[in-house]
Write a protein that binds this ligand. Sequence first.
Ligand SMILES: *Cc1c(COP(=O)(O)O)cnc(C)c1O
Length: 353
Amino acid sequence: MSYNIKKTVTQHSKIKDLDFSNIPPFGHAFTDHMFIADYLEEGWTNLEIKPVENLSMHPANLTLHYGQSIFEGMKAFLTGDNIAVLYRPYDHASRFNRSAYRMSMPEVPEELFVQAVKELCLTEKNWIPEQPGSALYIRPFMIAYDSVIGVKRSKTYKFIILTSPSGPYYNKPLSLKAELEYVRAIKGGIGEAKTAGNYGASIFPYSQAVAAGYDQLLWLDAYEHKYVQEIGTMNIFFVLDGVIVTPELDGGILSGITRDSLLKIFKANGYKVEERQVSIDELIEAYKKGIFTEVFGSGTAAIVAEINKIDINGFKMEFYPEKFVSAAFARDYINKIRKGELPDIFNWIYPIE
Ligand SMILES: *Cc1c(COP(=O)(O)O)cnc(C)c1O
């Protein structure tokens, strides 16, 4: 099934203003067009690709007051043969709908989600950067659109997709501070949804950590402040005594598509992998024994982000990212699948032309 998406193309492209050898920091540059659709009584309607423009909303807009708002983050790349491809778009579509379900918002049919992403990316193909490690970042999101003050489900919504060229991710190793006071998410809460409130709540503790000289927080479970959950907007992996370990999904952890990709890649290549609880005490013990050899984050933006320092309540650990073999292996593997240099045995690459 195919949807009818109206398309209005700008006569004034801004692409000549973009210096592709020096793309602005992540999330600052936007392409010419966006996708936008309305959810009204009859379902999704007014499907349209058009020049990016401001939204107009009543100040009582429900999203502004009560945060019925979800998003995704995904990427389009060019392969070595200059074909535009998406990475695991149906997995992003289904996670978007899981977020929608939790936030009591309407689902976007997966076929509509993927078709809208695809047509927008094709419209913006010239904006997909070519340099290795760069991509067109895609931000689908949905907001409530009723103008009513009252904590209840909105009847109307907007589903919008923006695209933003992003340069090669600069893999500067990150320093982490274990957050012992504030929490990101709790089972039964909204941690598994990519919804605005999780990020709003993290800004205060995150800013404190940055002011103290750290790059990111290591989030711990909300009950005992003991088990590792994730970092910033990434999942986390450890290598402990030669085994790749990542915290098991606990009802608060966001289920990353990169996390899932890494687990599958490691398993398929003979690495020993465990998804289980990881406590900060275990990390400290392993570090003291010298068997804690790697630690890295995983997410769409960086794929793999090496960590060189962790501070757990004053106990400081140091790592040597240039010696991280598993992290380098996983990054290289995903990059090669994306470029078409390795067979796509997992069916993750989705050509859009
Ligand atoms: C998006 C996100 C991730 C990573 O998910 P990917 O699908 O791998 O990009 C991890 N944690 C949080 C909190 C996130 O928002």
